[in-house]
Design a protein around this ligand. Structure first.
Ligand code: IMP
Ligand code: MG
Length: 179
């Protein structure tokens, strides 16, 4: 696969620290339930939480999947694994890897919104606003990127390449090839 580096690990580190600083300010001396959306956000969340200070954190995991091809989600989301804690009257922060069409994050905001949290915020490392089909914005965004398929730092292509420490863009036009 033809890859070109898009965001180097040094830039990811700086951005992660910047997002953590904003979260530290917003939730200073409060309780916060952080929900890591599997699988794509596991590296982002693990780096982010190591920069969290003066917050009483509870970390949990949710796994969702969407039917579709390798690069194109169908918009139909399936809940594979739910969190194990009651979030009623709690501050909740959902953390995902990338906001693309918005179907995943919309699904999660609806799901958790219906469980009466005190506050519900969202955070994504990457945002592809051009691809949006659902009217949703994240409260914390790392990088806005153009309409390219990206891999690495937790993000996969067909379950591969999550282990790459930098974020890479796939150069060939996979969408064209899938048509
Ligand atoms: P959405 O539901 O269309 O916003 O897509 C969000 C999910 O699709 C993400 O959590 C990723 O798992 C996956 N995804 C979207 N774009 C990319 C990409 O460029 N690379 C890898 N995964 C992606
Ligand atoms: Mg994925």
């Amino acid at each position: 696969m033809n890859l070109e580096v898009l965001i180097r690990r040094e830039w990811i580190d700086i951005k992660v620290k910047g997002i953590a600083a904003k979260i530290n300010e917003e939730f200073k001396n409060k309780d916060l339930i952080i929900i890591c959306v599997l699988k794509g956000s596991f590296l982002f969340v693990s780096d982010l939480i190591r920069n969290i200070k003066n917050i009483n954190c509870y970390i949990d995991f949710i796994q969702i999947s969407s039917y579709g091809s390798n690069t194109e989600s169908s918009g139909i989301i399936k809940l594979e694994k739910d969190i194990g804690i009651d979030i009623k009257n709690q501050n909740v922060l959902i953390i995902d890897d990338i906001l693309d069409t918005g179907s995943s994050l919309s699904f999660l905001v609806d799901l958790f919104g219906n469980r009466d949290p005190k506050t519900l915020k969202t955070c994504v490392l990457l945002d592809k606003p051009e691809r949006r089909k659902f009217n949703i914005k994240a409260d914390y965004v790392g990088f806005e990127i153009e309409n390219k398929f990206v891999v690495g730092y937790g993000l996969d292509y067909n379950e591969k390449l999550r282990e790459l420490p930098d974020i890479w863009a796939v150069k060939e036009n996979i969408w064209k090839r899938m048509e």
